[in-house]
Design a protein around this ligand. Structure first.
Ligand SMILES: Cc1cc2nc3c(=O)[nH]c(=O)nc-3n(C[C@H](O)[C@H](O)[C@H](O)COP(=O)(O)OP(=O)(O)OC[C@H]3O[C@@H](n4cnc5c(N)ncnc54)[C@H](O)[C@@H]3O)c2cc1C
Length: 398
């Protein structure tokens, strides 16, 4: 059979997984990205202060999937890292753990609850019953009551999403667990957590490093390109592909404000501090507190503050698909999906192609499933790798 020629649009995780699997199955793959770099939103680089900075916000790799882990660990050594977040609460002048746990409840309410049962009973007393929450506000009020909702979630979520808690789908806040014990890790349930020791850009570069793959950055997709290929996997925004014919799918975006601080500077003890009030920023990221991120030690370091905004106010940088309680954006996306079914030679992939917020491990998983199903349709074999192909993980957390 003649080798297939495939165009992959986007050199982020989705595009890189597709490209690698297709090339290993014998296809000729051309990857284009309109940005000047590979790795999509996971792109990182060492800046002038010698700090490795993630250009589009902190990216923490975490997964419970053996399959995803086995796949990605072929391309990088990971250093262990457990993410912790504190919420800066101006009313008490200190940071408290996020997600909400026993320490958070005690600090905010001046309590000394000592067991999970005490915390559960306390939260049950302050909770406002909503047997079938219709939005994020009702969901939170039913879990933790009005005071904690309005202190830790309302101003933060409203500036993050640009709408009232009542307008947000409950699923937006359901991602954040509420704990009754002292667990303060952000992803305690995920077995594999870490950061690629040479950064995400290098990890993705290795994924794309195959004789069957050619990569061109600074090239935007144009419809006529598809003519030269047997098929196109496309991670661009699906509404943009169709010229916004049915209207624009809404996304939230972030403006990143970098500044230099003395290397000894600290705000709270965690890499990420959330600002829960209605001030301009949502989070501060201190890159120096990520393992391996002080690449060239010096006297100063970069600290980044995140200012949320609409994608339309930030050069169409699409970060988070918007989920409203009336489900309107998802309904619009389904209409674009119907249009996409008519495209014989194009499949939409990844975060903006499928209009879902996906973590890196979820994108890898979704992409592995998608590309393997496509290869199977044409009777092309997937190349399975043995565990020896895996590079080392210096610590596995359970
Ligand atoms: C602020 C933020 C923080 C995050 N933190 C985490 C985290 O801690 N852990 C985690 O697991 N995940 C995190 N993620 C999610 C992670 O970024 C995504 O899972 C991942 O980037 C998705 O990969 P993708 O390839 O689908 O999309 P992208 O990374 O967005 O890649 C798509 C690529 O397509 C290119 N493209 C788009 N349109 C065109 C076009 N017309 N022509 C050519 N190229 C085009 C873009 O330039 C982009 O490079 C975070 C995301 C954001 C926004």
């Amino acid at each position: 059979m003649k080798a297939k020629a495939i165009l992959v649009v986007g050199a982020g995780f989705a595009g890189a997984v597709y490209a690698r699997e297709l090339a290993e199955a014998g296809c000729h793959v051309e990857v284009i990205d309109r940005r000047a770099h590979i790795a999509g939103n996971a792109f990182d680089e060492v800046d002038a202060t010698g700090i490795r900075r993630h250009a589009y916000g902190p990216h923490l790799f975490h997964t419970n999937s053996e399959r995803v882990w086995a796949w990605v660990a072929r391309f990088a050594t990971f250093v262990p890292y457990q993410h912790r977040v504190s919420a800066w609460v101006p009313t008490i002048g200190r940071g408290v753990p996020l997600p909400v746990n026993r320490t958070t409840v005690n600090a905010v309410f001046g309590q000394s609850l000592s067991t999970p049962e005490d915390v559960g009973a306390f939260l049950a007393r302050v909770a406002v019953p909503h047997p079938a929450p219709r939005n994020a506000a009702e969901y939170l009020n039913a879990r933790i009551g009005v005071e904690l909702t309005d202190l830790l979630f309302r101003p933060y979520s409203e500036k993050m999403w640009g709408m009232k808690l009542e307008q947000m789908a409950a699923s937006v806040v359901q991602r954040v667990p509420i704990r009754d014990d002292d667990e303060d890790r952000y992803f305690p349930g995920d077995r594999y957590q870490g950061l690629p020791s040479d950064g995400y850009t290098e990890l993705v570069r290795r994924m794309l490093d195959h004789p069957g793959i050619r990569v061109a950055t600074g090239i935007a997709f144009a419809r006529e390109m598809v003519r030269d290929y047997d098929f196109c996997f496309n991670s661009m925004a699906i509404d943009e592909y169709f010229g916004y014919a049915l209207g624009a799918l809404p996304y939230r975006s972030i403006r990143f404000h970098h500044r230099q601080e003395p290397i000894s500077y600290r705000l709270g003890g965690t890499m990420q501090v959330n600002f829960t009030d209605d001030s301009r920023y949502t989070r501060q990221d201190d890159w120096s507190l990520l393992p391996g991120h002080v690449v060239r030690p010096g006297d100063v370091k970069t600290v980044t503050r995140e200012e949320p905004c609409a994608d339309t106010d930030n050069h169409m940088e699409r970060y988070y698909p918007v989920k409203t309680s009336d489900g309107a954006p998802d309904a619009l996306y389904r209409q674009y999906q119907d249009l996409a079914r008519e495209e014989a030679k194009i499949q939409f992939i990844g975060r903006c192609g499928t209009y879902r917020y996906l973590d890196m491990d979820q994108v890898i998983n979704q992409s592995l499933q998608g590309v393997r199903a496509w290869l199977a349709r044409f009777g092309m074999a997937v190349v399975e790798h043995s565990p020896e192909d895996q590079r080392s993980f210096e610590g596995i957390t359970t």
